[in-house]
Ligand binder design. Structure first.
Ligand code: THU
Length: 157
Protein backbone atom coordinates (compact mmCIF):
# COMPACT_ATOMS: atom_id res chain seq x y z
CA UNK A 1 0.00 0.00 0.00
CA UNK A 2 1.12 3.54 -0.71
CA UNK A 3 -0.40 6.41 1.21
CA UNK A 4 -0.67 9.62 -0.78
CA UNK A 5 -1.77 13.09 0.13
CA UNK A 6 -3.03 16.13 -1.70
CA UNK A 7 -2.43 19.51 -0.09
CA UNK A 8 -4.10 22.66 -1.32
CA UNK A 9 -2.64 26.02 -0.45
CA UNK A 10 -4.62 29.23 -0.72
CA UNK A 11 -4.40 32.83 0.44
CA UNK A 12 -6.76 34.54 2.83
CA UNK A 13 -6.93 38.26 2.17
CA UNK A 14 -9.16 41.23 2.65
CA UNK A 15 -10.40 43.50 -0.13
CA UNK A 16 -7.52 45.96 0.32
CA UNK A 17 -4.97 43.18 -0.06
CA UNK A 18 -6.14 42.40 -3.59
CA UNK A 19 -4.64 43.71 -6.81
CA UNK A 20 -6.64 46.25 -8.83
CA UNK A 21 -7.65 43.54 -11.33
CA UNK A 22 -8.79 41.28 -8.50
CA UNK A 23 -10.78 44.05 -6.84
CA UNK A 24 -12.53 44.80 -10.12
CA UNK A 25 -13.49 41.15 -10.52
CA UNK A 26 -14.74 40.94 -6.94
CA UNK A 27 -16.87 44.06 -7.52
CA UNK A 28 -18.34 42.47 -10.66
CA UNK A 29 -19.15 39.22 -8.86
CA UNK A 30 -20.83 41.13 -6.02
CA UNK A 31 -22.84 43.22 -8.48
CA UNK A 32 -23.88 40.10 -10.38
CA UNK A 33 -25.70 38.84 -7.26
CA UNK A 34 -28.22 41.62 -7.93
CA UNK A 35 -29.13 39.98 -11.24
CA UNK A 36 -29.63 36.55 -9.71
CA UNK A 37 -33.06 35.02 -10.31
CA UNK A 38 -33.59 33.02 -7.13
CA UNK A 39 -37.30 33.09 -6.21
CA UNK A 40 -37.07 29.59 -4.69
CA UNK A 41 -33.86 29.52 -2.66
CA UNK A 42 -33.47 33.29 -2.17
CA UNK A 43 -29.74 32.55 -2.28
CA UNK A 44 -28.27 34.99 -4.75
CA UNK A 45 -24.95 34.01 -6.26
CA UNK A 46 -22.80 36.12 -8.57
CA UNK A 47 -19.77 35.09 -10.57
CA UNK A 48 -17.40 37.05 -12.78
CA UNK A 49 -14.84 35.74 -15.23
CA UNK A 50 -11.95 37.82 -16.53
CA UNK A 51 -11.00 36.90 -20.09
CA UNK A 52 -7.69 37.49 -21.82
CA UNK A 53 -9.43 39.81 -24.32
CA UNK A 54 -10.09 42.28 -21.48
CA UNK A 55 -13.78 41.48 -21.13
CA UNK A 56 -15.31 40.55 -17.77
CA UNK A 57 -18.27 38.21 -18.12
CA UNK A 58 -20.68 38.12 -15.19
CA UNK A 59 -23.14 35.37 -14.34
CA UNK A 60 -25.76 34.73 -11.69
CA UNK A 61 -27.83 31.77 -10.62
CA UNK A 62 -31.01 31.37 -12.63
CA UNK A 63 -33.59 29.18 -10.96
CA UNK A 64 -36.62 27.46 -12.42
CA UNK A 65 -39.86 26.03 -11.03
CA UNK A 66 -38.59 22.69 -12.31
CA UNK A 67 -35.63 22.89 -9.94
CA UNK A 68 -32.96 20.93 -11.85
CA UNK A 69 -33.56 23.13 -14.88
CA UNK A 70 -31.98 26.10 -13.15
CA UNK A 71 -28.28 26.77 -13.18
CA UNK A 72 -25.60 28.14 -10.90
CA UNK A 73 -23.91 31.50 -11.29
CA UNK A 74 -20.56 29.97 -12.20
CA UNK A 75 -21.95 27.87 -15.00
CA UNK A 76 -24.12 30.68 -16.36
CA UNK A 77 -20.93 32.78 -16.52
CA UNK A 78 -18.56 30.21 -17.99
CA UNK A 79 -20.98 28.86 -20.59
CA UNK A 80 -21.92 32.35 -21.71
CA UNK A 81 -18.28 33.46 -21.75
CA UNK A 82 -17.25 30.65 -24.04
CA UNK A 83 -20.39 30.85 -26.18
CA UNK A 84 -19.86 34.58 -26.73
CA UNK A 85 -16.03 34.65 -26.90
CA UNK A 86 -14.91 31.18 -28.01
CA UNK A 87 -11.40 32.40 -28.82
CA UNK A 88 -10.83 34.07 -25.47
CA UNK A 89 -9.16 32.29 -22.59
CA UNK A 90 -10.12 32.50 -18.92
CA UNK A 91 -7.74 34.44 -16.68
CA UNK A 92 -9.48 34.64 -13.29
CA UNK A 93 -12.81 33.87 -11.63
CA UNK A 94 -14.59 35.41 -8.64
CA UNK A 95 -17.69 34.15 -6.80
CA UNK A 96 -19.84 36.00 -4.24
CA UNK A 97 -23.23 35.27 -2.69
CA UNK A 98 -25.95 36.87 -0.62
CA UNK A 99 -28.15 34.83 1.69
CA UNK A 100 -31.83 35.09 2.52
CA UNK A 101 -31.17 38.18 4.66
CA UNK A 102 -29.85 39.96 1.55
CA UNK A 103 -26.39 40.38 3.10
CA UNK A 104 -23.21 39.07 1.54
CA UNK A 105 -22.24 35.77 3.07
CA UNK A 106 -19.81 36.21 5.95
CA UNK A 107 -17.81 33.19 4.84
CA UNK A 108 -16.46 32.86 1.29
CA UNK A 109 -18.73 30.71 -0.88
CA UNK A 110 -17.23 27.93 -2.98
CA UNK A 111 -18.58 26.63 -6.30
CA UNK A 112 -20.51 23.38 -6.23
CA UNK A 113 -18.90 20.24 -7.61
CA UNK A 114 -20.65 20.46 -10.97
CA UNK A 115 -19.45 24.05 -11.43
CA UNK A 116 -15.88 23.09 -10.52
CA UNK A 117 -15.99 20.41 -13.20
CA UNK A 118 -17.40 22.85 -15.77
CA UNK A 119 -14.89 25.58 -14.93
CA UNK A 120 -12.01 23.13 -15.05
CA UNK A 121 -12.62 22.49 -18.73
CA UNK A 122 -11.98 26.17 -19.48
CA UNK A 123 -8.88 26.22 -17.34
CA UNK A 124 -7.59 23.29 -19.39
CA UNK A 125 -8.35 25.24 -22.58
CA UNK A 126 -6.50 28.25 -21.16
CA UNK A 127 -3.41 26.10 -20.66
CA UNK A 128 -2.52 27.98 -17.48
CA UNK A 129 -3.86 28.14 -13.94
CA UNK A 130 -6.98 30.27 -13.51
CA UNK A 131 -7.03 31.69 -9.96
CA UNK A 132 -10.38 31.58 -8.15
CA UNK A 133 -11.47 34.28 -5.69
CA UNK A 134 -14.05 33.14 -3.16
CA UNK A 135 -15.59 36.27 -1.73
CA UNK A 136 -16.90 36.63 1.80
CA UNK A 137 -18.14 39.82 3.45
CA UNK A 138 -14.65 40.69 4.64
CA UNK A 139 -12.56 37.62 4.02
CA UNK A 140 -11.51 36.58 0.53
CA UNK A 141 -9.88 33.29 -0.35
CA UNK A 142 -7.59 33.22 -3.38
CA UNK A 143 -7.14 29.72 -4.72
CA UNK A 144 -4.32 29.20 -7.21
CA UNK A 145 -6.38 27.38 -9.84
CA UNK A 146 -9.67 25.67 -10.63
CA UNK A 147 -7.84 22.33 -10.49
CA UNK A 148 -7.00 23.01 -6.86
CA UNK A 149 -10.74 23.09 -6.10
CA UNK A 150 -11.35 19.69 -7.65
CA UNK A 151 -8.87 16.94 -6.90
CA UNK A 152 -9.69 13.77 -8.85
CA UNK A 153 -11.61 15.64 -11.53
CA UNK A 154 -13.12 13.64 -14.33
CA UNK A 155 -11.05 14.25 -17.43
CA UNK A 156 -11.17 11.19 -19.67
CA UNK A 157 -13.68 9.13 -21.53
N1 THU B 1 -25.67 28.06 -6.49
C1 THU B 1 -24.81 28.71 -7.32
O1 THU B 1 -25.21 29.60 -8.08
N2 THU B 1 -23.50 28.38 -7.29
C2 THU B 1 -22.99 27.38 -6.51
O2 THU B 1 -21.83 27.07 -6.63
C3 THU B 1 -23.84 26.70 -5.53
C4 THU B 1 -25.27 27.03 -5.56
C5 THU B 1 -27.09 28.41 -6.55
C6 THU B 1 -27.98 27.32 -7.10
C7 THU B 1 -29.30 27.68 -6.49
O3 THU B 1 -29.93 28.63 -7.31
C8 THU B 1 -28.94 28.35 -5.18
O4 THU B 1 -27.56 28.69 -5.26
C9 THU B 1 -29.16 27.47 -3.97
O5 THU B 1 -28.50 26.26 -4.09
Amino acid sequence: MKRKEITIGYDELDYNGLTDAERLLVDEARQATQRSYAPYSHFRVGAAIALDNGVIVPGSNQENAAFPSGTCAERSACFYAHARYPEARFKMIAVAARGTDGEFQAEPVAPCGACRQALLEYETLAGAPVPVLLVGREKIYRLPSVASTLPFAFSEF
